[in-house]
Design a protein around this ligand. Structure first.
Ligand code: ZN
Length: 104
């Protein structure tokens, strides 16, 4: 049978081990959180980037992209992803007066 001091000594050792494990787990958790944050940023980059054409034929998106095609728009030029944010392009061509209008 171990003596009382041996038992207390053993328990102190266990506490130190658990504290060390606690630190390791905390660090692993911080790393996982950091990775998760990175994944969220990647997911954002894959979101849709809505491109709207202005009367001059310049296409702009919410990420600050401004792009001009020699002819037509992103769909006709097989441009599917925004070169600035990497989002999938959703093209909204400029509508002239003959096109769709929101009535007053
Ligand atoms: Zn974009």
């Amino acid at each position: 049978m171990p003596t009382e001091n041996q038992i207390i000594g053993g328990l102190r050792l266990r506490v130190l081990e658990l504290e060390a494990l606690n630190k390791i787990f905390r660090r692993a958790l911080e790393e996982m959180k950091a990775e998760e944050g990175q994944r969220e940023i990647d997911a954002e980059a894959l979101a849709v980037c809505v491109w709207t054409e202005d009367p001059d034929g310049i296409w702009t998106g919410p990420c600050g992209v401004a792009w001009e095609f020699d002819n037509d728009g992103p769909e006709e030029n097989r441009c599917r992803y925004c070169p600035r944010c990497g989002g999938k392009i959703e093209a909204h061509p400029y509508e002239d007066e003959e096109g769709e209008q929101d009535g007053d």
